[in-house]
Design a protein around this ligand. Structure first.
Ligand code: XMP
Length: 319
């Protein structure tokens, strides 16, 4: 019989048997899969796990602090936080094409992770949050996007270069099973049931060239949107919701002054498999609250629009 408890017990035993007293390295992204692996491995091998968390500057609002609070402070997991924001932003300077941006972000991520992990002594294993759908996806034919997704999550040629074995305790599990295990391991429900967030993060939600000031505004606007969705009990009723930064200036009046500032688009969709999706019919009163908050609280944004495109033909992300 499948129970979360049984799977955890079983995986803990398997991991212990596999790695013994060796040291294990894990790239913690803040996403559900790597977080569940961190919690599981911490149970299994405690001190012998070291996590590396790369702050790319393209994460959700305060995500780095939240990851550190939850894993390092609260659970006592060993986490190395790498502030790579400047490196990512300078690598992205002048890069406007969506696929080129994905490539730069993926390459930088591997580079930074590589550097950090080679500073840690005695590592014998690399843990990854590979889940069953990833295994199928990389076995079959794949689109450019899917390929990038994998190359972003799986850390390059590191296992061969450092002569590391792989530990992938979620390899046989589907997403909903991973979530149930996460809850059983004591991760907050709110975190485990979060909407998906793309590997390249805000990098593909800032149209065209990525700049630090755009990323900051976007992270804050996105946070306001998500915060209000939660307050209004709408978060779990949509499959994915986020803000997009449009580097377009539009005229407005803020206070009693003329403003000529950027635009934020809000996107919320309902979908089962993310292959097709409908835009979410969020209440007008709700959209009104979010729009007012974003314009009032964020200097630099003077207009908010709501995306009413279905997939197909539009994709869920704007890039
Ligand atoms: P699209 O935009 O293709 O998105 O309709 C479908 C789902 O995939 C996510 N997505 C990505 N995830 N790396 C990821 O890890 C990516 O490059 C990427 N692009 C899109 C998107 O957020 C949605 O859930």
């Amino acid at each position: 019989l499948w129970t979360a408890e049984k799977i955890i017990e079983d995986q803990i035993a398997r991991v212990r048997e596999k790695v013994g007293t060796d040291h294990v390295l894990l790239g913690l992204s803040g996403g559900v899969d790597s977080s569940v692996v961190a919690a599981l491995l911490h149970e299994a091998i405690g001190e012998n796990l070291t996590c590396v968390f790369v702050d790319t500057g393209l994460l959700r609002w305060h995500e780095g602090d939240q990851v550190m609070a939850m894993f390092a402070e609260h659970m006592g997991v060993k986490v190395i936080r790498v502030d790579a924001r400047e490196r990512f932003f300078s690598a992205l300077e002048g890069v406007a094409d969506p696929e080129a941006k994905r490539k730069v972000i993926g390459r930088m991520f591997i580079e930074v992770f590589d550097e950090e992990s080679s500073k840690i002594d005695n590592v014998k294993w690399l843990a990854q949050g590979t889940i069953y759908p990833d295994v199928i996806e990389s076995a079959g034919s794949r689109t450019g996007k899917a390929h990038v997704i994998k190359s972003h999550h799986n850390v390059g040629g590191l296992p061969e270069k450092m002569n590391l074995g792989l530990v992938e305790p979620l390899r046989e599990l589907f997403k909903d099973e991973v979530r149930r295990i996460g809850v059983e391991l004591g991760l907050p429900r709110e975190m485990v049931y979060r909407h998906p967030f793309p590997g390249p993060g805000l990098g593909v939600r800032i149209l065209g060239e990525v700049k630090p000031e755009y990323a900051q505004l976007l992270a804050r606007a996105d946070h306001i949107f998500i915060d209000e969705l939660r307050k209004h009990d709408l978060y779990d009723r949509v499959s994915q919701a986020f803000a997009v930064f449009l580097p377009v200036k539009s005229v407005g009046v803020v206070g009693d002054q003329r403003a000529y500032e950027w635009v934020i688009a809000l996107r919320a969709v309902e979908t089962i498999d993310f292959m097709t999706a409908h835009w979410a019919h969020l209440p007008y009163e709700f959209l009104d609250i979010v729009s007012r908050r974003i314009i009032n609280e964020l200097r630099g944004i003077s207009r908010v629009v709501y995306d009413i495109s279905g997939k197909p033909p539009a994709t869920i992300e704007w890039e």
